[in-house]
Design a binder for this molecule. Sequence first.
Ligand code: F6R
Length: 266
Amino acid sequence: MRVVIKDTPAEAARYAADVFTRQLLGQPGSVLGLATGSTPLLLYEELIERCRLGALSFREASTFNLDEYLGLGATHPQSYRYFMDQALFDRIDIDKTRTHFPDAASPDPQKAARDYERCLRDAGGVDLQLLGIGANGHIGFNEPYSSLGSRTRVKTLTAQTVADNARFFSEDEFQPQLALTMGIGTILEARRIVLLATGPAKASAIKQSVEGPITAKCPASALQLHPAATVILDIEAAGALEDPALFRHIEKQDQALSPSANGVAS
Ligand code: F6R
């Protein structure tokens, strides 16, 4: 696992944007795995700007989002499809027929989960997966004690996640407590993974994910098993790590060896 610590959320977002840019320049038809939430917004703004300037294009890319609230259709303003349209897809040159979400409005969510796995497989799997992390260590909506081998399925959100996400809902608005999410096993099949975390609320989950042990209690700790996972942090999210100086040292050495290879090794 490679750990990159930047001074600010904006620098962390730019570093992650460099990884996406390099991926798309090297393989314009890449399959990207994407996340919602507050954390990726700066990264998405950076990608939108680079697209506007002609420095990168999503024209040939496809995307698969990690999760969707169960029961919400694509046009529901609280759906993750709606969020992604607003935050990214409507502002870049992507072909929206190639942007995918689990069909959480399906009358048969178990079948929708199987269909999503099949669709992912047919697309050739994810080349670069973006993850955020919950304060409890969740990735996608794989809450603590999810099987590390899990596949796309329905998950019940924990009270903590519901409370953390309440900020997106108005007081008397219905807030779903179930979601369709890629599994941890599904996520680990991506060829490359970038986890982005910023702010002090993520420091404890990051400590557990990076320093271990690998445990279903902290789903993101499963990334230690992945051969090409990069954890990009701002200084606050890195705040509980035992030895942040070590990661800064490694990063400096890597930059000196290969200045354009941001996040290539693990
Ligand atoms: C959402 C997702 C979640 C979020 C996590 C952090 O698609 O995958 O795992 O990444 O809940 O959310 P924020 O960034 O809002 O703190």
